[in-house]
Structures are given as C-alpha cells and as structure tokens.
Design a protein around this ligand. Sequence first.
Ligand SMILES: [Zn+2]
Length: 344
Amino acid sequence: MHTLYKALIMSSVISAQIAWALPPTPSIVQAEYVEASAGTPLKPKQKIGNLFQLNQKKPFILQRLTQRTYFFQRHDYSTTFYVGDKGVLLFDPLEERGENLLTAIRQVTPLPILAIVYSHAHYDHLGDTKIFTEAAKKAGIKLKIIASSATAEKLAHIQSELPKPTDIIPWPKGIFKFENLTVQLNGFKRAAHTDDHAVWLLAEEKVLHAADHMNPDQLPFWNFGGSENYLYYPENLKESYALDWTFINAGHGNVGSKDDYKFYFRFLTDLEKATKLAMKNTPWGTNIDPKKVNNHAAYMVAWRKVVSQKVTDSLRSDYGKYYGFEYSVPYNVDMVALSVSEYR
Ligand SMILES: [Zn+2]
C-alpha cells in the first residue's frame, strides 16, 4: 500500500479513536463518581460515572436512589419511578424510551404500574404513555394518569394526541398519595420553562422529579433546557432549591444534589454580570455596514451575535471545561441578553 495512503488511513483511525476516547468533562461539583447500580442506593455526594459514554453505549442506565425510588436514563433523557408494596408509580413515560423503561422497571420489580405522572405538557417527556396504557389495558389494570390542572388544560387546549389525564391536581400547589408516599406538586406560578412547568416532590423519599428544570453536573443546556423565557428561571430555581429533598432527577444530566444548585446560582450571577457588561460595551450597529443592509432586523441579529460571542469568550477561562460550554453558552447568553434588556 502506498505509504501516504497508509498514513492517511492511520491518522483517520487515530482521530476516530481520539474522538471516541475524549475524556469526560469534569464534574461541576467535584462529585464522587460511582458505577451505576440498580441495587445500591447512591449517597448524597455521589453521581453516576461516565454518564455521557454510558448514554452512547448502553440501552439504558438504571440507578437506585433510595430504598424505593429509581433514576432511569436512556439517550440523555431521564425519569423517575417509585416501587410501592402493591404497584409502581412512574413519572414521565419518555418518548421513544418506553420499551426500555418497561425493561428497567421489570429488572427491579414484577409489580404492575398503577399510576403515571405527567410532569409538564412537553411531548418528548410523555410520548410513550400509550405503551403503558395499552399494557395496563391488556392486564386488566386501571392505570391512573395524574397531571396538574395547568397541564391537563394545556393538553386539552392543543388537542394533544397523548392519553388524557384521569386525576387532576389543582394548580399550582397540591398533593396526592400513592400508597404511603406523599407526592407534592410545586407548580411555578410564573414559570420559565413552560406555562405549566412544575417540579414534583416525592416527600418521604426526599427525591425531586423536576424535568427540564436544570442539568445536574452540567452547564445549563441550550436555551436553559428549552425554556420559553429566562426572566423567571433564577427565581424558579430558588423556589425548588428551598424544598426538602436530597436527590433531583431533572430529566437530563446526572443525578443532582443541592450542590448543583449552588454552582448554578454562581454561574447565573457570572453570566448575567458578563452579559450586562458586554451589552454596555457593544454599540448598536457593531459589525453592520449601513450601506449593505435594508432592514433593521440585521442590526438586532448582528448585535446579539457580538454580545453572545464576547460573553462566551469572557466565561471560557472559568467555565470552558464544563459539559457543553461551547454549544450551550452562546444561546443562553442570547436569552439572558433579551431578558435583561426587555425587563428593567
Ligand atoms: Zn420540557
């Protein structure tokens, strides 16, 4: 074989290996990483090791959080289930992950799934509900679907194809019992993510199910996890931080603790400060040649792009090593900039 050709093949093999073998990003909270276990509950400071790689390679990750509560994750989406004496309470039957979720539940209990909770109306978290309603129908089980009144009304309003909730919890605060467990709805009256966004506390387990609220062990995902606004984001975090829990399952990211929130509060403070500074130092019309544009949208787009780039550059030395920095931060700056300029 031609030597140059060989060298090219070798270099592509090596770069493929390097790409695959990129080291995991460091923990934002100096977590103690352990191997995922469906049998051994986590200790408060522990997290699942090599989570990104596991999501790439394994059909799913199942982690026991407490005696009765489990964290399930597949392809970077997670949910929670609770095993009672007579049946299982399942949160968010994740889109395209229902079969794996069922397999994971069957790994730890043969008990029937008796109730599902819709955390909020986003389809990507609820899309496989039908797998569970159909399985229950076949088994002759009356499956409850629990949702807040805000979520139930929103699903009705958009004429969602999802199975309708059967049990409605009054918005924004309410509780229901599943066997001996108290589940507390904490809806955000002014919400960042969606207008029906809520976190659900499994009170005696001290586990918070908070889909799309944050990203434990990672920087906030793109647009703060697909939030509709930034304005209420910090105050929503403060509200859920004050609840009594040890572990958070936030729908994405690792298992979280209150240390993740402390990092977030620090990061958001730095992000807002840097954004305000960059906005102040970036005159309207930067990177625009007035002779080459015929619309004012061009000014807006150019200005936001410059601000976003400046902030991302200024945060890189402190935060650049963390999960998703280059991909999420520019978009998150853009949301913060819009929020702090519109609301003063
Ligand atoms: Zn969502």
